[in-house]
Design a protein around this ligand. Structure first.
Ligand code: FES
Length: 169
C-alpha cells in the first residue's frame, strides 16, 4: 500500500517510489529518477505526475517544474509509442544529420514535435545524444541507432512498425 493515498501510479511503481525517497541522504535527490520512472509508466510528465511527485518529495510543484524545464529527457506532452529523436548537432550535422531528419519527416509524414495520427511515432530534433563518433545518430526511446543512411533509417522505422503490429504475448 502506497504512502500516498489515491496515487496515480501502479502499485509496483508507487511502492518503488516509497523506497526511493528513503534511499538518498537528501530526499530531493530522488526527484529526477522518480520523474523518469513516472514518464516511462505514464508516457510523459503530466500535471498529475508533477503534483504527486512534489508531495512525495516534499517540495513545491514549482520546484518540480523548474527541474522539468531544464532536462530535455523529461517531456511534458504525450509522445508516440516510439519517440524518434534525431540529432542535428555539429558532428551529426556534418555527416548529413539534416538529411536524416528530413528523411524521417518524409518517412513518418510528420514534422518536428509532431506525432503520427496512429500514435505510433513522434519526431523531435534534438541536441547531441552522445553518439558523435558514430554520427549521424538517432535515439528511439532508449535505443540508439548510428552511422545512419536513409536506407538504414527506413529499415529501423519499418522494424519498429512491424514490432508494434506483432500480437502481444
Ligand atoms: S552531435 Fe550528434 S550525437 Fe553528438
Amino acid at each position: 500500500m502506497s504512502t500516498v493515498a489515491n496515487t496515480i501510479f501502479s502499485p509496483a511503481l508507487a511502492e518503488r517510489f516509497d523506497k526511493l525517497v528513503t534511499t538518498y541522504p537528501v530526499r530531493r535527490s530522488a526527484l529526477i529518477p522518480m520523474l523518469l520512472y513516472a514518464q516511462d509508466e505514464i508516457g510523459y510528465v503530466s500535471e498529475a505526475v508533477v503534483a504527486e511527485v512534489a508531495v512525495r518529495i516534499g517540495i513545491t510543484e514549482l520546484d518540480v517544474r523548474n527541474v522539468l524545464s531544464y532536462y530535455s529527457l523529461l517531456r511534458t506532452k504525450p509522445v508516440g509509442k516510439y519517440h524518434v529523436q534525431v540529432c542535428t548537432n555539429i558532428c551529426c550535422m556534418l555527416r548529413d544529420g539534416y538529411g536524416i531528419f528530413d528523411h524521417c519527416k518524409e518517412k513518418l509524414g510528420i514534422g518536428n514535435k509532431q506525432t503520427t495520427p496512429d500514435g505510433l511515432f513522434s519526431l523531435e530534433e534534438v541536441e547531441c545524444i552522445g553518439a558523435c563518433s558514430w554520427a549521424p545518430a538517432i535515439q528511439v526511446n532508449y535505443d540508439f541507432h548510428d552511422e545512419l543512411t536513409p536506407q538504414k533509417l527506413d529499415e529501423i522505422i519499418d522494424g519498429y512498425r512491424a514490432n508494434a503490429a506483432k500480437p502481444k504475448q
